[in-house]
Unconditional design. Structure first.
Length: 280
């Protein structure tokens, strides 16, 4: 199992010299499980992932969407493999009762928003709507789904393959205690990728508006979850678009004081899950 980060920002892309080291693209993570390829969210980072996949030949992938807010789907119209007839992609997610998954993705590409319609894409695209607590197999990979806490709804995913596991839990707000549904999903996972957009001070609104109710979490809550679930490595993800590289580095150091096996997600970062498990 190998993880590569193609987009690590939350809310909106934030290019510029002050974010170049960490990266400014919105959420997109690639997970390779043997021959199976999974794409977690389709933010702007999926564009460069698509270019890389095209260089490897025919594309076969499963796209797991946490939710359908724009920063998590806006890269899909720029995913070059979607225009190629030999591509096969299954899109997994839910609308939480608002229309269908396909219709929601089609809406962002409808005139006058975009010049190419979803139905004009050349790839073979299938859609699977899932719900909280569901588990299913894709090849030799077991996928588990849990509903988290975000305006409009959001899903977390756990991938298990050959004795290794990764949990993707972005755009969720922590409770007063560790979220029992997420703790159960993440129990014993090798890697936990968790929404760590805010510091506790930002979340409380110590020097500005409180972020409570916005649907995002903190590195302190992430470390608490990582300890409670007994995960191997905690990855801080969905960085605030206003947070520069140095501030992300500072947050990483603070997280390590609470949970030593913590690291901040950065574009281009590759994690070999086998190697992390051996080092733990």
């Amino acid at each position: 199992m190998q993880i590569k980060f193609w987009g690590v920002r939350g809310s909106i892309a934030s290019p510029g010299p002050e974010t170049a080291a960490v990266g400014g693209n919105t959420s997109c993570v690639e997970v390779r499980c043997g021959a199976a390829r999974f794409i977690l969210d389709a933010g702007t980072g999926i564009r460069k992932l698509g270019d890389a996949l095209m260089a490897e030949g025919n594309v076969r992938a499963t796209l797991l969407l946490s939710h359908l807010h724009w920063d998590h789907i806006q890269g899909l119209p720029f995913f070059v493999p979607a225009y190629v007839p030999s591509t096969r992609v299954e899109v997994v997610g839910t609308t939480h009762g608002v229309g269908t998954l396909r219709d929601t993705l089609a809406n962002q590409m409808a005139a006058p928003n975009f010049p190419v319609r979803l139905e004009d894409l050349g790839a073979e695209i299938a859609y699977r709507e899932v719900r909280h607590g569901q588990a299913f197999d894709i090849g030799e990979v077991k996928v588990r789904v849990a509903k988290l806490n975000h305006p409009g709804g959001v899903l977390a995913y756990r991938l298990d393959h050959a004795g290794k596991s990764v949990v993707y839990a972005t755009d969720t707000e922590h409770y007063a205690c560790v979220d029992p549904a997420l703790r159960s999903l993440a129990e014993g996972a090798d890697v936990l990728i968790y929404d760590s957009q805010y510091t506790p001070e930002e979340y409380r609104g110590d020097h500005g508006r409180s972020k409570a109710g916005w649907g995002h979490s903190t590195y302190v809550a992430g470390a608490e979850l990582a300890r409670a679930a007994g995960v191997g490595t905690y990855v801080l993800f969905h960085h605030d678009p206003t947070r520069n590289d140095a501030a992300v580095d500072d947050m990483e150091r603070l997280a390590r004081d609470l949970f030593p096996s913590s690291l901040a997600a950065r574009e281009g970062m590759v994690l070999g899950v086998d190697a992390l498990a051996e080092a733990a």
